[in-house]
Design a protein around this ligand. Structure first.
Ligand code: SF4
Length: 184
């Protein structure tokens, strides 16, 4: 039996870039270097849901953490994550290793090292001070909302794992870095 019983939980759009907010894709389909790096080094992949698409659809605007950090979004995250966390628990109870959760920095849902913040929302036309809204955009050193919910759920069932992130703009380097961090 060749399986090595290791796997990661991966942000949805690293495998399916089509789920991203329109205009920010860095590859045509998915992050090949990162995906192939994981598989070549013996990590199975469980794809996490894209909660933003589930809540707001594929034509959504980009948002900041404050806009999606409300009870309904957290509840939807919990609902979509529940079957995955159940699957993870089954693996865990049978001796498999959840080596890491891998998110995407900057995302209001899937950020790990940082997410995005700002006084963002409301109308965007003339007379709504769009420039001050744009100027308020910034990084925030917190998890994105879905990652917060996922961590709470994994903590509840006693699963301790690494929370890592990738830089899609430099897939070669980030893939190598990821494999090193996974093996530490
Ligand atoms: S919510 Fe997460 S999975 Fe969906 S597009 Fe944003 S970073 Fe990717």
């Amino acid at each position: 039996m060749k399986r090595n019983k290791k796997m990661v939980l991966l942000a949805h759009c690293l495998l399916n870039i089509n789920a991203k907010v329109y205009g920010i894709a860095t590859e045509p389909a998915g992050c090949m270097k990162i995906i192939s790096g994981l598989l070549e080094n013996g990590y199975g992949i469980i794809q996490l849901p894209c909660v933003e698409q589930s809540c707001f659809g594929i034509k959504r605007w980009g948002q900041v953490k404050e806009q999606i950090n409300f009870p309904g979004f957290r509840a939807k995250s919990h609902e979509l994550l529940k079957p995955i966390v159940g699957q993870v628990l089954d693996f865990h109870q049978n001796g498999y290793e959840i080596s890491a959760v891998i998110g995407l920095d900057g995302s209001p849902s899937c950020g790990i090292n940082y997410t995005c913040t700002g006084n963002w929302g409301g109308e965007i036309g003339d007379g709504y001070d769009i420039q001050s809204k744009i100027d308020s955009l910034d990084k925030l050193s917190e998890y994105g909302v879905m990652m917060e919910v996922l961590k709470e759920m994994l903590d509840e069932i006693g699963i301790v794992t690494k929370y890592l992130s990738v830089d899609e703009c430099d897939p070669e380097a980030t893939s190598q870095e990821l494999i090193i961090k996974l093996s530490e």
